[in-house]
Design a protein around this ligand. Structure first.
Ligand code: FAD
Length: 378
C-alpha cells in the first residue's frame, strides 16, 4: 500500500450468484477467478468471451477495473462489451447500481462503461452482471510463416472482403521466433521472419469452410509452411508457439520493458517497421508480438537491469513508440492501462480539456483521493 493506505482484498467474495441460460447473463462477486466463470458457464453450453492470458490467475473485479482484452477481441470485443451491470461501493461509502441484466439499457448515463477500465480509482466493484453467449460448436486455427513482418501484417485486412471475421489474429516477429526456436525448437524455417495465427469459431461445417478460406488467403498473400488444425489437440499445439514467447524473450537480456500500444490495424505494418527503426536508433533490442487483429502490439524493449544506461535508452525508445502510436491514430495502451508506470505519459494521448473532465469525474466519485492514490494522474 502507498501513503500508509490499506489493501482491500475481494478474494473471499468469490461466489457465482446466478447463471441464466435463458437470459444469457451471469451474476457474480468480484473475487472469482476468470477461469472459474468460464468453466461454470461452459457446463451450460455458454461462454464468457473475454480471455486475458492471465485468466487462470486474474479475478473478474480486476478484469473489469482494467477492461482486460484477450485473443478473442477481434470478434468478441474487450471486457466492457461483456459487462451488463455492476454494483459499486464508492469512496464516499455509497452503493450504486449501474446498468442491469439486459444488453439494451439507455436509462441515464452509461456508468457501467465508465467503471470498466477505471483502474480501481472510482469505486470498488462488489458485484457484476456479465453477458454470456452460446458456446461455438468448434474452433480451428491456421498458422502460417512469412518472409517479412510487413507481409504477415498486410494479410490482416484481407479477411473482411471475403466476409470473414476471425476470432483471433496474432502475429509473432523474427526476434520472438529466434527466442522460441532456441528454447523449444518448434522447427520454423530459416526464412520465417514472421508468423501469423488466425482462428475461426462457429458451427462445425462453417468452421471447416472458413478455416479453408483462411488457409487460401494466407497462401495467396505469401504465407508458407501452413498448418490448419483439425482437432483440439492440433489446435493447442499450434498455439504453443505463441504461449512460449514471453518466457523465451528473457534469453535476450535480464529486463523486459513490455509496452502494449494499439493502432488501427491497417497501420500495424508501419508501426512494427518504425518501432524496429526506433529500437536500432537507441541501440535497444526490440521484439514484437501480439494481437495484430485488433492492432494491439506488445512491443518488448530488452535491457540489462544491472546497466542503467540500457534502461535509459529503452525509456527513450518507449517515449518515441508512444508518440508514434498516437501519430498513427492509435494510443499508448490497448489493455494494460495507465496505473503508476504510464501516468507520466497520459497527456501524450489525452488532450488537456479531456484530462480535466477525467479529473473532475475522479473528484466526484472520490473527493479525498483515497482510492488508488497516484494512479493515472501525476
Ligand atoms: C502473465 C500475464 C498475462 C496477462 N495477459 C493479459 C491479457 O492478455 N490481456 C489483458 O488485458 N491483460 C493482461 N494482463 C494484465 C492483468 O492480468 C489483467 O489486466 C487482469 O485483468 C487484472 O486482473 P487482476 O485480478 O490480476 O487485478 P489486479 O492486478 O489485482 O488489479 C488490477 C487493478 O484493478 C483494481 N481492482 C481489482 N479488483 C477491483 C474491484 N473489485 N473493484 C475495483 N477495482 C478493482 C486494482 O486496484 C488494480 O488497480 C496480464 C498479466 C499477466 C501477469
Amino acid at each position: 500500500p502507498v501513503d500508509g493506505g490499506i489493501v482491500v482484498g475481494t478474494d473471499r467474495m468469490n461466489r457465482i450468484i446466478e447463471i441464466s441460460e435463458e437470459n444469457l447473463y451471469a451474476i457474480c462477486q468480484p473475487g472469482i477467478r476468470t477461469i472459474e466463470i468460464q468453466e461454470a458457464v461452459q457446463k451450460q453450453g455458454l461462454i464468457f468471451p473475454p480471455d486475458p492470458a492471465s485468466y487462470k490467475d486474474s479475478f473478474i473485479g480486476g478484469n473489469i477495473a482494467e477492461n482486460a482484452g484477450g485473443m478473442r477481441t477481434p470478434k468478441y470485443g474487450v471486457t466492457k462489451h461483456s459487462v451488463l451491470g455492476l454494483e459499486v461501493v464508492t469512496a464516499t461509502g455509497e452503493v450504486i447500481r449501474t446498468g442491469g441484466k439486459t444488453v439494451k439499457n439507455v436509462v441515464g448515463f452509461d456508468l457501467t462503461g465508465l467503471m470498466c477500465g477505471s483502474e480501481g480509482m472510482l469505486g470498488i466493484i462488489t458485484e457484476a452482471t456479465l453477458r454470456l453467449l452460446p458456446a461455438p460448436e468448434a474452433t480451428s486455427t491456421v498458422r502460417a510463416s512469412f518472409k517479412t513482418m510487413e507481409e504477415a501484417c498486410h494479410v490482416l485486412t484481407k479477411f473482411t472482403p471475403e466476409g470473414l471475421l476471425p476470432m483471433a489474429m496474432e502475429v509473432i516477429d523474427r526476434n520472438c521466433i529466434g527466442a522460441i526456436e532456441e528454447n523449444f525448437a518448434f522447427g520454423f524455417a530459416d526464412e520465417a521472419n514472421a508468423i501469423l495465427l488466425v482462428a475461426v469459431d462457429g458451427e462445425r461445417s462453417q468452421v471447416e469452410r472458413e478455416s479453408k478460406l483462411v488457409e487460401r488467403i494466407l497462401i495467396e498473400n505469401g504465407g508458407f509452411d501452413i498448418l490448419r488444425s483439425k482437432s483440439v489437440d492440433e489446435e493447442n499445439k499450434l498455439w504453443d508457439a505463441r504461449r512460449a514467447i514471453s518466457p523465451s524473450l528473457m534469453k535476450y537480456n535480464s529486463l523486459k520493458i513490455n509496452e502494449d500500444v494499439v493502432v488501427p490495424r491497417s497501420k500495424v505494418p508501419e508501426l512494427v517497421a518504425r518501432v524496429e527503426e526506433i529500437g536500432s536508433r537507441h541501440d535497444t533490442f526490440v521484439a514484437n508480438f501480439g494481437h495484430a487483429g485488433d492492432g494491439n502490439i506488445h512491443v518488448n524493449f530488452m535491457c540489462d537491469r544491472e546497466k542503467p544506461e540500457t534502461i535509459e535508452r529503452a525509456r527513450k525508445a518507449v517515449m518515441e513508440t508512444f508518440a508514434l502510436s498516437v501519430e498513427l491514430g492509435g494510443t499508448i495502451s490497448g489493455e494494460h492501462g495507465i496505473g503508476y508506470v504510464k501516468a507520466l505519459y497520459l497527456d501524450m494521448a489525452v488532450d488537456p480539456t479531456t484530462l480535466q473532465v477525467m479529473k473532475g469525474i475522479k473528484n466526484l466519485f472520490d473527493p479525498k483521493g483515497i482510492l488508488n492514490p497516484g494512479k493515472m494522474f501525476v
